[in-house]
Design a binder for this molecule. Structure first.
Ligand SMILES: Cc1cc2nc3c(=O)[nH]c(=O)nc-3n(C[C@H](O)[C@H](O)[C@H](O)COP(=O)(O)O)c2cc1C
Length: 458
């Protein structure tokens, strides 16, 4: 969005003495024309007619609470209609209010961008984004904004420099996606007030004991409460009443709840998929797996010789298979891998330097990263309770036995899983002479000398 030129501008700001409001008044005549200040002669952005536009600049004091503005340039005054003396000492969020007397941010201002700004300012890191702002006269403005933290010699955050590229926003601010809550003259709200869809002919029922949450404004509900939920909770609350349903339809809000559930990185990567589906549908599909369907996957290679009673598990996008029962109940000890990310996935035998004894009815589970663990099963000599690990990505993959104290009874056809990518849990199965087991054991593989612990179950 910004190029090397504005980096130079930032440095210019750093070097330049900051103006006081009075000096500003004396030095600039601002009447909507773009004036050029000496030392500020860098230009950014193009206007609609192709003319170059001056970047607005604001500097805030980061050592004072709430980042009060200590400097604005002439381009800022020209673009926003606010004079320096009206702005100095205030936080810049007033640009998100349509009317200078408004008490809260306009609902069309993207709350995601605002929270991102808040987060970046809190963390003392640079922010770059675009959001809706308003001129003093209420006209909507698009603001391509960059906030740059400035640090003192001791590393502490001293100032924030904002570079703003304002342009006219082609939106109708009256057509908002959150229905605006109208302040009632009395504290007592009727059900109709709380639920705009209530039939207008229904007699008004006073309900002072109705849930207080409905007395909050739409913006507070959406921005301060709903935005903190998980996608499922938001779907539930959206089915409570028409007002909640309307609020939860907002796509910005839906994106925020997806971010709560899956983090910024994942939501960022999903951004392109939402162009088609929208965040609501995407969240529903991912949380309910309703769009998931089986399809036949044709792969190359072979697991040979053919077998049954083998064990397989996924290691990221790779499917790994170990051992199994060949012809004449032959216990096997070979390892195969199928990389599902490959352009032509095919089963390949993994060349390992050492293998556990052959077995079937064992378990294979994924540990951290590229590690796998095998437990138990039935070998040549009968049932087993040994543990082997393998790093699939090692240069020379080798199955290594893990010596462990107090192992569970030898068994086959049991179940296992891993916890936290490092603890193996084994449960049930079939012991010698066909006795069925119902015990559960845990082995922490991060320990130098791992010892099995039985997990008591009632
Ligand atoms: C130097 C500086 C300039 C800023 N410029 C703008 C701006 O042009 N438009 C805007 O909407 N917010 C701007 N902000 C961000 C708001 O002041 C505020 O930090 C943001 O709304 C998040 O905080 P809040 O949730 O408490 O409002 C600026 C912040 C700083 C520190």
């Amino acid at each position: 969005m910004f190029d090397a030129m504005d980096r130079g501008a930032v440095l210019a700001v750093k070097r330049t003495r900051l103006y006081t409001a009075e000096e500003e008044e004396m030095e600039m005549e601002v009447d909507g024309d773009e004036e050029e200040e000496e030392g500020w002669a860098w230009r950014l952005g193009m206007g609609p007619a192709g003319e170059q536009r001056a970047a607005a600049i604001v500097v805030s004091d980061a050592m004072e609470p709430d980042f009060p503005v200590i400097y604005v340039n002439a381009a800022f005054e020209a673009a926003t209609g606010y004079r320096a003396h009206e702005v100095l000492g205030r936080n810049c969020r007033f640009l998100q209010f349509r009317d200078p007397r408004a008490q809260r941010r306009h609902p069309l201002v993207d709350p995601m961008v605002v929270s991102e700004m808040r987060r970046c300012l809190g963390d003392g890191i640079e922010f770059e984004g675009e959001l809706l702002n308003f001129r003093k006269d209420g006209a909507p403005l698009n603001n391509r904004l960059r906030l740059i933290p400035m640090h003192g010699d001791d590393g502490s955050l001293t100032h924030i420099i904002a570079i703003q590229l304002f342009s006219d926003a082609n939106i109708d601010p009256s057509n908002i996606s959150y229905p605006v809550y109208k302040q009632q003259s009395s504290h007592r709200l009727s059900i109709q007030d709380m639920n705009p869809a209530c039939h207008e002919h229904t007699p008004k029922v006073q309900c002072s004991d109705y849930c207080g949450i409905f007395q909050l404004s739409d913006e507070v509900l959406a921005h301060n409460i709903l935005s903190r939920l998980s996608p499922r909770d938001m779907a539930s609350i959206g089915s409570v009443c028409t007002r909640m349903h309307e609020l939860t339809k907002n796509d910005h809000l839906r994106k925020m709840v997806c971010q709560n559930a899956w983090g910024r990185d994942v939501t960022g990567r999903l951004e392109t998929s939402t162009k088609m589906l929208g965040w609501g549908r995407l969240a529903r599909e991912l949380t309910t797996l309703e769009a998931a369907s089986w399809r036949k996957f044709t792969v190359g290679g072979r697991v040979e010789p053919s077998r049954c009673n083998f064990s397989a598990c996924a290691v990221g996008n790779r499917l790994v298979l170990f051992g199994g029962e060949g012809v004449n109940m032959q216990p096997m000890n070979d390892t195969f891998v199928l990389n599902l990310e490959a352009s032509k996935p095919e089963w390949c035998l993994v060349k390992v330097s050492a293998s556990p004894p052959g077995r079937w009815g064992h378990t294979l589970s994924w540990l951290n990263g590229s590690w796998l663990v095998v437990f138990g099963g039935c070998g040549h000599q009968g049932l087993l309770n040994d543990v082997f690990v393998l790093d699939l990505d090692a240069q020379h993959p080798t199955w290594r036995e893990v010596a462990s104290d107090s192992p569970p009874l030898p068994r086959s056809w049991h179940s296992s899983c891993t916890l936290d990518g490092s603890k193996l849990v084994v449960s049930g199965g079939c012991a010698e002479s066909g006795v069925l087991l119902s015990d559960t054991f845990l082995l922490d593989l991060t320990k130098e000398k791992p010892a099995w612990k039985e997990i008591p179950t009632s």
